[in-house]
Design a protein around this ligand. Structure first.
Ligand SMILES: Nc1nc2c(ncn2[C@@H]2O[C@H](COP(=O)(O)OP(=O)(O)OP(=O)(O)O)[C@@H](O)[C@H]2O)c(=O)[nH]1
Ligand SMILES: [Zn+2]
Length: 316
């Protein structure tokens, strides 16, 4: 039997993966069993096929994960990626972004203990950008009382107009890290990947095309190296639109929304839902004046309530 090697999963489609070896070679691998189902970012032990059995390998074991970022829908669980250092949520002045989708993505980050960065693209569209930047006010100011840093970094971009400037702003934030990029269609995700990884198409290469061929879609999660040393990675993943949080229970939500979490311990009832209870410290901070320190925007509290209801529906 062939020896086992360690590798990194750099693409996945269904149950098939592309594994990159220590010397940068990539090949398709199939999981040996349910337990060896890997996602992009996983470190795995894999084994080449026996001589004469083709080039495809098998994944024998998924090594312990530092974290696992996922969304869960009612019908199926869908993991995005493992072993992330951060998530970059890319939205834009246009198309107008859904705050509910943004909140879902940020909650999923928080639940997996992964720091999140928000980038707002298309600053050249002056008026829509100003409106969107304004909508991000709570995100630009969350945390950050006194000496503490803000909870989320929020970055303006104009990828097609000032790509060089944007690259210089982004690189130090990405350096040496593995960053999952999420964003709704049309925000500029492909533009971002092409800016940072000019050879993206080449890296994806024939092997990923082979993986996708005949499966009626070319979308799959992909890891790209930004640098030649292969230390800085971007992971591009489709599927921001239907971002399920069914892996969470309603009572997880408050701790995953930092502005709500800041007050959730001060309520009269220990099991307060922060929706209607008397003596609720969260409700007391929901805001007429969203700009006072510690305020919770009415919009975010409304989204919290919607998610609370959604996660309270019977599970199946
Ligand atoms: N005005 C303006 N347009 C931009 C900017 N960045 C990207 N676009 C445009 O926005 C459109 C969408 O960009 P893409 O990079 O294809 O977006 P995407 O997020 O990959 O979209 P999907 O392929 O649908 O997932 C394109 O027409 C881009 O040229 C920007 O900074 N300013
Ligand atoms: Zn409360």
């Amino acid at each position: 039997m062939n020896a086992e090697h360690e590798g990194l999963v750099v693409a996945s489609h269904g149950r098939h993966c592309v594994v990159e070896t220590a010397d940068g070679e990539r090949r398709i691998c199939h999981p040996r069993g349910k337990k060896s189902q890997a996602v992009v970012g996983d470190r795995v032990r894999w084994r080449a096929a026996a001589p004469g059995q083709g080039d495809e390998g098998t994944i024998e074991q998924v090594l312990a994960r530092r974290n696992l970022f996922y969304r869960q829908d009612e019908v199926r669980t869908k993991s995005f990626a493992a072993n992330l250092d951060q998530v970059l949520v890319l939205i834009a002045a246009e198309p107008v972004f859904s705050e509910s989708q943004l909140v879902r993505a940020l909650i999923a980050c928080e639940a997996a203990h992964i720091p999140a960065l928000i980038a707002l693209n298309k600053s050249d569209l002056v008026e829509p950008f100003a409106r969107a930047w304004e909508r991000l006010w709570p995100y630009r100011h969350m945390g950050g009382d006194g000496q503490a840093a803000h909870h989320y970094g929020v970055l303006p971009l104009s990828l097609t107009q000032s790509g060089d400037v944007d690259r210089e702003a982004l690189l130090p934030l990405l350096q040496g890290k593995t960053t999952l990029v999420l964003g709704p269609s049309g925000a500029g995700k492909s533009t971002l990947v092409n800016l940072l990884v000019p050879q993206a198409k080449a890296q994806t290469g024939e092997i990923s095309q082979a993986l996708n061929s005949g499966r009626h879609t070319t979308t799959s999660t992909q890891l790209y190296w930004i640098d030649d040393e292969r230390r800085t990675a971007l992971i591009d993943s489709p599927g921001f639109q239907e971002f399920g949080l069914r892996h969470l229970v309603p009572s997880d939500l408050a701790r995953c929304m930092p502005d709500i979490a800041a007050h959730a311990g001060e309520c009269r009832f220990y099991n307060c839902t922060h929706l209607h209870e008397p003596g609720c410290a969260v409700l007391a901070h929901v805001g007429s004046d969203a700009r006072t320190p510690g305020a919770i925007s009415a919009q975010r509290h409304r989204i919290y309530g919607e998610l609370f209801d959604e996660l309270s529906q019977s599970r199946y």
